[in-house]
Structures are given as structure tokens and as C-alpha cells.
Write a protein that binds this ligand. Structure first.
Ligand code: PGA
Length: 248
């Protein structure tokens, strides 16, 4: 089943989050795709209380199990708040919170330990792309985390290819570019973990997707779904993407 994920970043009050869910949950297409929402932490409990029927996730997670880590929220605490997923190493976390691949690997291990599914974000920035170092950067990002992967975890890993130059720019990568990156990611997984693991890891594209561009990505057999930022904030445009997806 295709995956459609909404990353709200630092947008929406609790009331706005509940109103969004009320609209989205009226969609007749909900059971035809795996729909996930990553609200701000403040809205997690309210959405759960409202009887959310979508997959619930956090936008980040602490790498430690518990302890004196002011400001961190652990994977077990996220599970306690109703989360089954968490984004890891989103490019904005890499940029503003200095997260690197090794930190991402620790966070992924913490999520697995607590029974959550990480959505690991990878992607090259514009300077890496322009210098022809995009594929190498991508391989590095993927390989670091695959070192943590044990066979049974493969069914609990989602990788989102989000080229930094496309996020929030209004210009998505082309489906062909996304497909090339997806091919490379899949090669690394197959080489490190084998074909069985590869079949169980879902791969998303993210970066300026919209109802207009969704069909192009979903037509690519190597892409299992979309991670949507700005176009997910308005329930109507998010639902338009869901509709495209279930008809792809
Ligand atoms: P965007 O964000 O769709 O607004 O580009 C995607 C993301 O950051 O996950």
C-alpha cells in the first residue's frame, strides 16, 4: 500500500490540528493508503484523544532511553503518547540542530528498541549536487544507518529521499531524479542487507510535492509514497494528493 505522510513542521495549534484531522478523516480513500501525520509534539495527545485513524508520528526523537536530557523526548515516551513513527534526521534537523548520520543511527536504534518505525530522511544539498557528489552523500547517509539494521527490523524502516534543494523551494525534483536516487538507495540496501530486507523497506520522495506533481512520482515503481510538507497543511490539498495516490 502506498504511503502518504504529512510533516507539519512548526505549524498548527492543537485546535487547528484537530480541525485538519476531522476533515481528512472524512475521506473515503483512507483505507486505500497508509496515511501518516507528523504534528508538533503539542498536538499529539489531542489527536489521539480525538480518535485519530491515521498513523501518528513525531518529527524527532531523543537518542537516549531516559535520563537527564532536558528538552529531549524518548522513543518510549513517544510510544506512550500514541506514536508509531518518528522522522529522523530531517534536513531541517540536520541544519538547525546539527544532526549527523551517526546521531541518526542512534535515534533509529532507539526507535526500534521501543517498537516504533523510523522515517529516515536522506538527501544531498545543492552544493553536493552541483559538485557531482550527490550519489556519494546519499550512499554515506544510507550506509551509516544500515549498519544498525538487523533482518527483522527491515519491515520497520521507511527511508525518505528528500533532496535539500527541493524542500520548501516550490520546485520538486523530477520523478526521474527521484527514481535515480531511489535506485541508488535500493542498491545500497540490497548490498548491505540482501534482497529480503530490500523488499520490506518503503521508500518515499519528499520536497515541494503537490497535488500537481504527485501522480508523476507515484508512477515510478521504485517510489512507495510521499512525505509532504507545505502541501499537507491544507487538508484539501492533502486529500487531493491522497486521491491521486489511490488512483495511481
Ligand atoms: P515541502 O517539505 O513539501 O514543504 O518541500 C517536505 C519536507 O520537508 O518533508
Amino acid at each position: 500500500m502506498a504511503i502518504l505522510a504529512a510533516n507539519w513542521k512548526m505549524y498548527k495549534t492543537i485546535a487547528e490540528a484537530s480541525a485538519w484531522c476531522e476533515v481528512v478523516q472524512r475521506s473515503p480513500w483512507l483505507d486505500r493508503a497508509e496515511v501518516l501525520v507528523f504534528p508538533p509534539l503539542t498536538a499529539l495527545s489531542a489527536l489521539r484523544r480525538d480518535g485519530l485513524r491515521l498513523g501518528l508520528g513525531a518529527q524527532d526523537v531523543g537518542w537516549a532511553e531516559q535520563g537527564a536530557f532536558t528538552g529531549m523526548v524518548s522513543a518510549a515516551q513517544l510510544r506512550d503518547a500514541g506514536c508509531a513513527y518518528a522522522l529522523v534526521a530531517h534536513s531541517e534537523r540536520r541544519r538547525y540542530a546539527c544532526e549527523d548520520d551517526r546521531m541518526a543511527a542512534r535515534k533509529i536504534a532507539a526507535l526500534w528498541q521501543a517498537g516504533l518505525t523510523p522515517v529516515y530522511c536522506v538527501g544531498e544539498d545543492a552544493s553536493e549536487r552541483d559538485a557531482g557528489r550527490g550519489p556519494r552523500r546519499l550512499a554515506q547517509q544510507v550506509d551509516t544507518v544500515l549498519g544498525e539494521l538487523r533482518g527483522e527490523m527491515a519491515g520497520r524502516l521507511i527511508i525518505a529521499y528528500e533532496p535539500v534543494w527541493a524542500i520548501g523551494s516550490g520546485s520538486p525534483a523530477t520523478p526521474a531524479q527521484a527514481c535515480e536516487a531511489a535506485g541508488l538507495i535500493r542498491e545500497r540496501i540490497a548490498a548491505a542487507c540482501g534482497a529480503a530486507a530490500l523488499a520490506r523497506i518503503a521508500l518515499l520522495y519528499g520536497g515541494s510535492t503537490s497535488p500537481a506533481s504527485a501522480a508523476g512520482f507515484m508512477a515510478e515503481p521504485l517510489i512507495d509514497g510521499l512525505l509532504v510538507g507545505s502541501a499537507s497543511l491544507d487538508p484539501a490539498s492533502f486529500l487531493a494528493m491522497l486521491e491521486v495516490m489511490v488512483h495511481a
